[in-house]
Design a binder for this molecule. Sequence first.
Ligand SMILES: Cc1cc2nc3c(=O)[nH]c(=O)nc-3n(C[C@H](O)[C@H](O)[C@H](O)COP(=O)(O)OP(=O)(O)OC[C@H]3O[C@@H](n4cnc5c(N)ncnc54)[C@H](O)[C@@H]3O)c2cc1C
Length: 459
Amino acid sequence: MSEQIKTIIEPARELPVREHRDVVVAGGGLTGVMAAVAAAQAGADTLLIEMRSHLGAVATMGLPLQGYCDRDERQIVRGLAEEFRQRLMAIGGATEFIRCTMHNPYIIIDPESVKLVCQQMIEEAGVSLLYNTPVVNVLKDGKRIQAVVIEGKSGREAVIAKNYIDCTGDADLAFRAGAECDLEQPDKLQTSTLNLTLTNVDIDKVKQCLVEQPEEYKLFELLNKDLVLKNPRFILVGLAKLAEKARLEHPEWQHIWNIACYITQIAPGTVTINSVHMDNLCACDTRDLTKIEMLGRLRAQEALAFYRGYIPGFENARLASSGPWAGIRETRRLRGVRCLTVDSIVAGECPPDTIAMGGYPVDIHDPDTNQLVFYKVPAYGIPYGCMLSPDVENLLVAGRAISATHEAMASSRVMAQCMALGEAAGTAAAMASSAGISPHVLNIDSLRALLRKNGQFLE
Ligand SMILES: Cc1cc2nc3c(=O)[nH]c(=O)nc-3n(C[C@H](O)[C@H](O)[C@H](O)COP(=O)(O)OP(=O)(O)OC[C@H]3O[C@@H](n4cnc5c(N)ncnc54)[C@H](O)[C@@H]3O)c2cc1C
């Protein structure tokens, strides 16, 4: 029997260099959109490269909840994120702030409006955009990235920039550029989730049960029942007794989460369920990622049966859509010049090199216990060095892959913080490109002054 070959050599080849830019941003989630807009507005010739066919990524999965405020109800994320919020509101794509004792004040956003507003902001800022184009490789020259390699329908091409911003969520560029990254073992990574959007839900029915049978229909301890009852749109977390009952009555439903969690959409009678969860799998492993998507499709049926059978108001619910792909909470994190720690978050530290503010609770979907680990924190500052790798001179990493510990990123990973980080990275990359210097030696006071001038909040 002939032995199967284990490796194969891909011949080197000459690539066409199709773009020369000041700044290249990889990944068009909310982080990448704000990074690209900020870079272009600060004068950089900017290209945004997205491997899928729309902008907004995780914010378009049906997940409608965004927090811009700290626990004292101060709006701590402003700047471009605030412009985004205003634009959404102007087209009926976002609510006013809704008070919440668990998540801090939040707004509910409409996923389709997110796609549109992101693209409009990109076009108006003069950013060039490539859709359906993954970044597949990074070419280095010493400690600098010389080019990134993209592979779309036109084939393999190189793109050269002065500075690069990694907004892929998975630190794809940083990793391929040889920057050190941290990655938890699969059994410690936060769960991945396929979100399900259901229509034909009687939204008010659960409220009646909360009033009439408060013990049976108990909410998560931090969630104030009166605020849920008062608001026409809300997030509901809890009903643990119903989940327990369902699991006892249906031992075959192995993957029902210990609590129910759903968010009402702007569209009437429509909610998004923040399940189904997949754990013990790493989303930057090709085969694990395939398993995540396949399991999500199957487990959706269990979740659907649970909601229809046990949660008031869902009796006639229909599955309108599942997320365009499974939502990934955690993969690689940059090992940066600075590292955001949970101690600094809990202490509310705001160091002098703060370039974005956080304040969202620590929110861990824990694979070990199948529980939500959730606690509130004060407002805190995210230092500039969390976006820089000691190993690469012309790269910034923004969004959920910044340099932070597992527990700290459970707070900094949310959308509003990601937008603020994107804005800071884009502004820094543009300033460094125009000065012909590395982002590592950028004057942080000047960066902070420009961010403030552009409306960002940094205290
Ligand atoms: C299930 C779930 C529920 C959540 N709920 C909330 C919530 O209610 N509120 C909240 O504020 N936050 C929530 N979060 C967190 C938050 O949504 C995300 O962490 C945040 O949106 C991340 O934004 P991002 O732009 O950094 O990354 P992403 O949104 O992941 O965007 C990354 C983009 O990069 C692209 N990309 C990746 N690799 C490449 C490549 N090699 N080449 C080109 N493009 C690439 C992807 O296609 C994608 O468009 C949730 C997250 C998940 C997974």
